[in-house]
Design a protein around this ligand. Structure first.
Ligand code: 5AD
Ligand code: SF4
Length: 442
């Protein structure tokens, strides 16, 4: 528990993507300015927030069961208030308050900055409140708020999405796309560098459609970050294949030492007819052309992807097309999910939903095939010396440090805490299916 009695404990659980992890950090930062301090156990908190995600699976279910676990705490501590933020908050709004009587407040991703006043309002008025309004008017201006920026930090560059893929709830929960100004971003990154950050990951639902108020596009932003800041490494996620262009490839190649040899390019499916029904706005062939452009311009770049199996109407042949595109592209990493119908989305209303057991079998087969492929591809690193940005040391094994190569591969090697934050050469001497091991080069 906190030592100063006027300081109250806040406990936040986070589900979902990096965007949500970053949002929780923002909540902590804002609440610390209003006399709250993070606690490690819900028992020590006067404020509990569930930062939810509704992109996949049963998010409302999860919220119900988590809030249920706090029933006893609420009985014991009359000062305890519980809120739900994030995409479920946006999706359910007031309805969540009526469905979950233990909840005190609900808020959406666009209302995070009002969190301290929202919490004060709930306490002062002893009322239950739902705030889930999009701010459509003002430009997207936020300073990156992180309490203790580590070696690697996330920076939001856009919010929302205008693409409306038919499976995806994000355009409904995070609203229309907005970009932060390039000047603000450069200032933000320079401040993080001063505070010791070595790597930033630029975040957006579709970073490629970034557009600064000065007219700069994503390629120009990347180039400016590479040339006008002292950050050592820059990553970005997520890219939409339809907007990935030659200009961006050229910038990535020309500033390769800083901009990393890793691109996450979600394909979702290898079948053109499924891609059409997903409203992805590219065919299998067009996607493969983008991959060729990337590989031709940035030889040796590492690729990863997101895949959905069991999208409505997906036949055995469509799924076979997904398996074959995985082999053809040669992704080092895949993130694959069973299709899950989401509220408000078009695909949820499609009548040819795929049976759950078929989805599970396809997901297993995809993972099994990729496990072998990923292992084969990782063998290219054997014997190579990779530049590793050291992120930490192992808690359990003394003298073992870990970090990432520019290809985003996690590498364990002999190293000590004084190396954290430095880029060091490590010769890879063991390739396992999920990890690389190596020897520090002096
Ligand atoms: N069902 C399954 N996976 C989904 N994703 C987004 N919406 C759904 C859904 N309804 C996946 C996509 C996306 C990733 C972030 O989550 O693959 O790229
Ligand atoms: Fe969702 Fe498609 Fe937007 Fe990505 S691009 S957030 S999948 S709607």
């Amino acid at each position: 528990m906190t030592e100063n009695p006027s300081i109250q404990g806040v406990y936040i659980t986070t589900y979902g993507c990096q965007m949500n992890v970053n949002d929780s950090e923002r909540m902590f930062s804002l609440l610390e300015l209003s006399n709250y301090q993070e606690v490690q156990k819900p028992d020590d908190a006067n404020l509990i927030i569930i930062n939810s995600c509704s992109v996949r699976e049963k998010p409302v279910h999860k919220v119900h069961s988590e809030v249920g676990r706090y029933r006893q705490l609420k009985k014991e501590n009359p000062n305890l208030i519980i809120g739900v933020g994030g995409c479920v908050g946006q999706q359910e709004k007031k309805k969540l308050l009526s469905d979950v009587p233990l909840l005190d407040f609900v808020f959406g991703p666009d209302n995070i900055d009002t969190l301290p006043s929202l919490v004060s309002e709930v306490r002062a008025k002893q009322e239950r409140v739902a705030k889930a309004k999009f701010d459509y008017q003002s430009p997207y201006q936020v300073e990156t708020l992180v309490r203790n920026p580590g070696v690697s930090t996330f920076v939001n560059i856009t919010k929302g999405c205008d693409n409306f893929c038919t499976f995806c709830i994000v355009p409904f929960t995070r609203g229309r796309e907005r970009s932060r100004s390039m000047k603000d971003l450069i200032d933000d990154i320079n401040k993080l560098v001063e505070r010791g950050t070595k790597e930033v990951t630029l975040l957006g639902q579709n970073v490629n459609s970034y557009k600064s108020d000065c007219g700069a596009n994503f390629a120009q932003l990347m180039k400016t970050v590479a040339t006008d800041t002292d950050i050592q490494r820059v990553r970005f996620t997520t890219s939409h294949p339809k907007d990935f262009d030659q200009e961006l490839c050229d910038v990535l190649q020309n500033h390769r030492s800083k901009l990393c040899d890793y691109i996450h390019l979600p394909v979702q499916s290898g079948s053109s007819s499924i891609l059409d029904r997903m409203n992805r706005r590219y065919t299998r062939e067009e996607y493969l052309e983008k991959v060729k452009m990337i590989k031709d311009t940035i030889p040796g770049v590492s690729l990863s992807t997101d895949i959905i199996v069991g999208f409505p109407g997906e036949t055995d042949q469509d799924f076979a097309d997904t398996l074959s595109i995985v082999q053809e592209v040669g992704y080092e990493t895949i993130f694959a999910f069973k299709y899950s119908p989401r509220p408000y989305t078009k695909a949820a209303k499609f009548t040819d939903q795929v049976a759950e057991d078929v989805k599970s079998a396809r997901l297993n087969q995809l993972f099994a095939e990729h496990r072998e492929l990923g292992f084969e591809l990782a063998k290219r690193y054997d014997g190579q010396v990779l530049d590793i940005l050291v992120e930490g040391t192992d808690d359990k094994r003394e003298g073992v440090a870990h970090g990432r190569s520019t290809q985003n591969k996690l590498v364990h090697f002999n190293g000590t805490a004084d190396l954290i934050g430095k880029v060091v050469p490590v010769r890879i001497n063991k390739v396992a299916p999920n990890s690389l091991k190596g020897e520090l080069q002096h």
